[in-house]
Design a protein around this ligand. Sequence first.
Ligand code: NAP
Length: 251
Amino acid sequence: MNKLKNKVAIVTGASKGIGASIAKYFAAEGAKVVVNYASSKEGADKVVKVITDNGGTAISVQGDVSKEADIIRLFEETKNAFGTLDILVNNAGIYLYAPIEQVSAESIQQHFNINVSGSLLAIREAVKLFGDKGGNIINISSGASNTPLATGSVYSATKAALDAITIALSKELGVKNIRINSILPGGVETEGTHSAGIIGSDFEARLIANTPLGRFGQPEDIAKVAVFLASDDSAWITGEKVTVSGGIYGF
Ligand SMILES: NC(=O)c1ccc[n+]([C@@H]2O[C@H](COP(=O)([O-])OP(=O)(O)OC[C@H]3O[C@@H](n4cnc5c(N)ncnc54)[C@H](OP(=O)(O)O)[C@@H]3O)[C@@H](O)[C@H]2O)c1
C-alpha cells in the first residue's frame, strides 16, 4: 500500500464522486492529498476526515477551477502546506446533456472554462511546482470524447479538447520527466450522475445493456486506474487515452 509514498497530489473536484474516490485511494497508497472543491466544503472535509481517520494526510482547499486566481491560490496553498507537488489530477468537470436548440452561449462558456481552461491553467501551475524532479498529470476525460452521443455535443467537445491537450503536452513535457495521460470513464454512479437524473433512467439502462461487463461503473473502478497511472507501475506510459468503461464501445 505504498505505491505513492511521500508523493504530494492535488485532486480537483474531490468533494464527491470520482474525485473523492481518487483522493482516498491516493492517500491509502501513502500520498499527501489536496482535496479541492468549488462549493461543497462539507463534502471535502468529509473526504479529508476519512483519510486522516485511516492514518493518511490530506487538506481541503477551496478553488473554482474556472477562475485563474483561484487556481493560482490552490497551488500556493499546496506549496505552503507540503512544499512541493508530484501529481495533479484534473477531475473537476461538469456535464450537461441538452439538444442543440437549448444550448446557450453561457453553458458552452461554462463547460469550456471548467473542463478545458481550468485543466490547462492547473497544468501550467503544476509544471512550475513540479520543478526539476518532474511529475505526473492525469486528466479525467470521458468515453464521450471517443464516442460522442446525441445531446452531448458541448460536453464531448470539451473532453475531446482535453484529450488533445493530453497528447500535445505528453510530447512537450516528456523531456521534463512529466507524464500525462487521460482516463476515459464510461458511465459511473456518482452524486453528479444521480443529480443529473441518469441513475435509474432509461439512458442508464441502455448504457448497461451495451456494456459487456453488464453494470455501471463505481468511482473506485476509476480510482484504481488513477493509482496505476500516478505510480511507477506505469513509468513508461504517457500521452495515452485509457478507457475504463466495462467495455462499452460504439454505443
Ligand atoms: N460520472 C460519470 O459517469 C462520468 C463519466 C465520464 C467522465 N466523468 C468525468 O469525471 C469527472 C467527475 O465526475 P463526477 O460524476 O464524479 O462528478 P460529480 O459527482 O458531479 O462531482 C463533481 C466534482 O467536481 C467539482 N467541481 C465542479 N465544478 C468545479 C469547479 N468549477 N471548480 C472546482 N471543482 C469543481 C465538484 O465540487 P463542488 O461539489 O464543490 O461543486 C465535485 O467535487 C468529471 O470531469 C466528469 O466529466 C464522469
